[in-house]
Design a protein around this ligand. Sequence first.
Ligand code: KIV
Length: 274
Amino acid sequence: MSLQTQTRRITVPEIRAHKGGSPVVCLTCYHAHTAKLLDNHVDLILVGDSLGMVMHGLENTLGVTLDMMITHAKAVMRGSSRALVTVDLPFGSYEESPAMAFRNAARVIQETGATAVKLEGGTRMAETIQYLTQRGIPVMGHIGLTPQMVNVQGGFRTTGRTEAEWPALEADAKAVADAGAFAVVLEGMAEPLAARITNLIAIPTIGIGASATCDGQVLVMEDMLGLNPNPPKFVRQYAQLGPAIEAAVEAYARDVRERRFPGVENVYPMKKAQ
Ligand code: KIV
C-alpha cells in the first residue's frame, strides 16, 4: 500500500473566515515555477490581469484577453496545490451582461480548474456578482483604483483622498459584499477610507496601496521581488532579483566568451563499448 499525503486547496469559506482574524496573504502569480514557490506561504494566489504588463510588456491591462488569462491560470494551477487560485476576468469579457460574464467565468473555471474569478467594479457590477455566485462561481470584487477604467479616468488615480468621494466608494464596497463576493480588493485607496470600509463590510478586504488594517494584503509578486524597475511607491521590496539576475547573466556571458564554461565530460562520461 502506498502512503499518499492528501493536499487540498484552501476554500472560499476558509478565506471568508479570515474576516477580522489573521490577515489573508495574497500575491499575484502567472507561471508554474513561481506558483510552486509561493504555494506553501500564501492563502490566495491571484492570476491578475497585471500579467499584461509584467509578462507581455503591454502598457496597461486593456489588451489582455481571456485566452491569455486561461493560459497563465493553467500554468499556476499546475504549479500549486494548496493556495486558492483566483483568476481576473479581463477587460471586455464580463461588463456587457451577467450572462456574458457567466459564460466567460465558467470557461475560466472549467478550463483551468481555478476556484474563483475576480472582476472590477462596485455598485455597477453588483448584479453580475450576484448572478455568478448564485450559479456556482465564487467572485472576488475589486474597487477603488480599477485599472481597466484607465481611459475613462485619464490615468491611475488614488481614490478617497477627499471625503466627498467616500460615500460612493462605501456604497461600492457594500454592494459587492451584499451581492455575495467572498472578498474584495481595495486598490489605491486613502488609508482612513480603506480602514472604514474594512469595518463596514462583513467580507475580507484585501488591500493594495490601501491600509494595513485591511483583512489581507496583495502585491504584484514581481514588484515585491525587485523585478520591476519602476514599482509603485507603496511597494516594500523583499528581494532585489532584477540586479541579481543581471549579475548572474553577466557572469554567464563572461564564462561563455572566455571558454570557461564547464565541459560535460564528467556529467556524461564516455561509455566503454560492450
Ligand atoms: O491584476 C492584478 O494584479 C490585480 C492586483 C493588483 C490586485 O488586480
